[in-house]
Design a protein around this ligand. Structure first.
Ligand code: ACM
Ligand code: ZN
Length: 541
């Protein structure tokens, strides 16, 4: 009897729009939602109302307009209303909630007459649009498929939403392998779809320097290219190389283009310029900046290299400050990431200049020399109104006074920094390394190692339990890292990043009490169709 009843019930529910209990398939899941009876139908002349004179809202509205314009038979007219007066009662309305003091908040209020999206400002409206987008048919993601749609409707619903963390990030290493601007834009688009707000662009490494610096042209003429790349895994012996010249870099015009593209999508781009370690590509270009003077070669294999920037040579600081001057012109981000991880002290121990610096500055050892290095760079950036982020090694030898710590070797560094009153971004290898295997390695393309399946990402709580409430406020959020030693193509990057980045996005946006992995995977299964439409090469178990 049950078996017979279910299809009948489903039919009744579908025909009467009585699907009250069904959760909207939105990722990250909204904080509050309530289905309502009826639906809004997109047809004929549909007015899109914007607040008069609000230029940023106009830019944000374009992200809705692309979808509306793809709906067959719909003719969208943009109209303006005066802020402070009654909102239009029909059509699609974008509005600012002047009373809201919650950053990134939005409300979607859909009735049969009106789709109203209200935001704390245009950023909240942008997130409202991303949610509405997920309520619309996936066919609208592709102009070709959209033309087949008939009677596009959206069920009436009320949604109230804002994120639990202010830093929701994804990183991409473009140095081990290089990815062109088109792909960087696609990567950013996917972050925006999932309400992430930060793109950490890892631009310099031993294996390549990827950003044009006008004052130092050799950084890209020499440093952006290597004469070959390791074949297979680093642990495979003996090492073999493909002998193929490999490289690439972003011009400053391209960087500006990416930053502007991201800004329109309410994504901050944080550049990372690595120091004092992971600097071989820069040293290959300017060998006088190393302790031994070289010669150096852009690395063809992965790992940690002993040749790093000399900490005793003032020319190194002059060089880095000049590089950073160009970087801060290109990136308006409050933060500049200066790396700081995995810097061997071997060369410093033997370098007369580094040893002289230790003496002059009354430093205890090479760890304090690293701390001196980072503080000196921090001081410089502070005079330009910027703050540094560094990997958790910057705690060693003493933390720079205003640094934000990105905790990657577990969460200990993050805990320590938060207890010292520093801001922290969690990105531990236990949950956030999307270069690790996501399934049985036997079934997967070669990766660096580790094992972080989707469920493990979803279990992540960026706030360690040992922090007090006050200390916990220093945890700004978390970030997924995509190191690309074993990702040669953009398809490889998408495969490793998705869907794990989506799990992280939900963890960071949706309040903990609503986290439910089973429910997430149900919504994800639905969401995969959207990723298909967007040509995302995600991994599916
Ligand atoms: C890192 O993974 N070396 C920050
Ligand atoms: Zn030195």
């Amino acid at each position: 009897m049950k078996a017979k009843l279910i299809p009948v019930l489903i039919l009744i529910l579908m025909s009467s729009n009585l699907i009250f209990a069904q959760k909207p398939s939105i990722i990250p899941e909204p904080r509050v939602w309530e289905n309502r009876r009826g639906n809004f139908s997109f047809s004929g002349n549909t007015d899109l109302f914007l607040p008069h004179g609000h230029e940023k809202m106009k830019t944000t509205a374009e992200f809705l307009l692309v979808y509306l314009e793809r709906i067959p038979g719909v003719n969208v007219q943009i109209r303006y209303y005066q802020q402070g007066q009654e909102l239009p009662t029909r059509g699609i309305v974008l509005a600012v909630d002047e009373q809201s003091n919650i950053a990134e908040r939005y409300v979607i209020d859909i009735t049969s007459r009106r789709v109203l999206i209200t935001g704390d400002d245009e950023r909240g409206v942008f997130y409202g649009i991303q949610s509405l987008r997920q309520l619309l048919p996936v066919e609208l993601e592709q102009p070709g498929q959209a033309s087949q749609l008939r009677n596009v409707r959206v069920s009436n619903i009320y949604i109230e939403d804002y994120p639990q963390f202010s830093y929701r990030g994804m990183h991409l290493d473009v140095a081990r392998h290089f990815f062109d601007v088109d792909f960087i834009k696609k990567y950013i688009d996917l972050l925006a779809l999932h309400k992430m707000n930060t793109f950490h662009w890892h631009l310099t490494e031993d294996q390549g320097w990827r950003i044009e610096i006008k004052k130092y042209p050799l950084l890209t003429e020499i440093g952006a290219w290597r004469d070959g790349t390791l074949i297979g895994h680093l642990r495979d012996q003996p090492h073999q190389y493909d002998g193929i010249r490999y490289g690439g870099y972003y011009t400053q015009d391209e960087v500006r283009e990416v930053v502007a593209y991201a800004a329109k999508r309410h994504i901050t781009v944080i550049p990372e310029i690595e120091m004092p370690g992971h600097a071989l590509a820069a040293l290959a270009a300017y060998p006088e900046l190393g302790c031994t003077g070289g010669p150096y070669e852009v690395a063809q294999e992965w790992g940690i290299f002993e040749d790093v920037f000399c900490a005793g040579n003032d020319d190194v600081f002059e060089f880095l400050e000049n590089v950073l001057l160009e970087v801060i012109e290109l990136f308006p981000s409050h933060y500049i990431h200066i790396g700081g991880d995995e810097c061997p002290k071997t060369r410093w121990k033997e370098c007369p200049k580094c040893q002289a610096r230790i003496q002059e500055e009354d430093l205890a050892d090479e760890y304090e020399l690293q701390s001196y290095f980072i503080r000196r760079i921090e001081n410089f950036l502070l005079t330009k109104g910027r703050n540094i982020i560094g990997w958790d090694e910057i705690l060693e030898g003493g933390l720079a006074p205003q640094a934000t710590v990105m905790s990657w070797r577990g969460v200990r560094g993050g805990i320590e920094a938060a207890q010292m009153g520093h801001d922290v971004i969690m990105s531990p290898t236990s949950h956030c390394y999307f270069d690790y295997y996501q399934a049985d390695p036997e079934t997967q393309p070669l990766a660096i190692g580790g094992y972080i399946p989707l469920s493990r990402v979803y279990e992540f709580n960026p706030i360690p339990l040992d922090l007090s409430e006050k200390e916990a406020k220093h945890i700004l959020g978390a970030q997924g890292n995509v190191w690309t030693e074993y990702m040669k193509t953009s398809d490889d990057v998408e495969y490793m990043a998705y869907p794990r980045a989506i799990a992280l996005a939900e963890i960071l946006w949706t309040p903990n009490r609503k986290h439910d992995f089973e429910d997430f995977t149900k919504r994800l299964n639905h969401h995969f169709r959207r990723l298909d439409a967007l040509n995302v090469n995600y991994f599916r178990e």
